[in-house]
Design a protein around this ligand. Structure first.
Ligand code: 3AM
Length: 179
């Protein structure tokens, strides 16, 4: 089972993001149901007992609800764009929650990649997109602003590959403490 922890994206944010999704050759725009903010990618957890323990560990995380503000649009992949995404204003509480998910997994022996955490919502995966087209997208969307928003839960998702788009199915929801 391919598992990851992520925050859901509320409708009031998803809607304006959907409005950005046009005009980039080669972009495979993510549908609304695939929008999420990854906290930690756990990879393939093949042992159901470990998956159950991971669920229990995540349910024990004691963290506050998050006040989030979108940041800049970015591109992964440089000269060969792989993904278009929108980031977040710096947010220590978000980083702490991501770190708590990572530590929960590591306590169970799940290996987590060493890349530093960069919270984002993926808008598109790219196939054959030119860097100039990605740069034009960044220019066109530079003035994008969306209201701050609150998220009061996160979820453990199972990722089903093999279709495009992949299917992300929530397995469990975890409540964050209200303000
Ligand atoms: O849509 P995003 O990028 O937030 O990028 C993958 C996606 O998140 C990420 O997990 C989410 C569901 O697939 N992901 C996939 N493979 C990954 C890996 N090896 C990964 N994140 C880190 N390391």
């Amino acid at each position: 089972m391919r598992l990851f922890a992520a925050l859901p994206v509320p409708d009031e944010i998803a809607e304006p993001l959907l409005g950005l999704q046009h005009g980039v050759p080669g972009a495979r725009w993510r549908p609304r149901e695939n929008f999420h903010i990854t906290l930690c990618f756990f990879g393939d957890v093949s042992d159901p007992a470990i998956a159950k323990e991971l669920d229990e560990e995540l349910s024990r995380i004691n963290a506050p609800a998050l006040h989030l503000e979108l940041g800049e649009i970015g591109v992964f992949g440089g000269r060969e764009p792989r993904a278009l995404w929108i980031g977040f204003a710096q947010n220590p509480a978000l980083e702490e929650l991501a770190d708590a998910c990572k530590q929960a997994a590591q306590r169970l022996g799940i290996k987590i990649g060493r890349k530093s955490y960069l919270p984002h919502i993926t808008l598109a995966y790219c196939r054959g997109t030119l860097d100039v087209d990605a740069a034009r997208f960044m220019e066109r969307t530079a003035g994008f602003i969306a209201p701050e928003f609150e998220v009061d839960s996160f979820a453990l998702y199972r990722s089903h590959l093999g279709t495009d788009p992949a299917r992300y199915v929530p397995q469990a929801h975890y409540i964050l403490n209200s303000f």
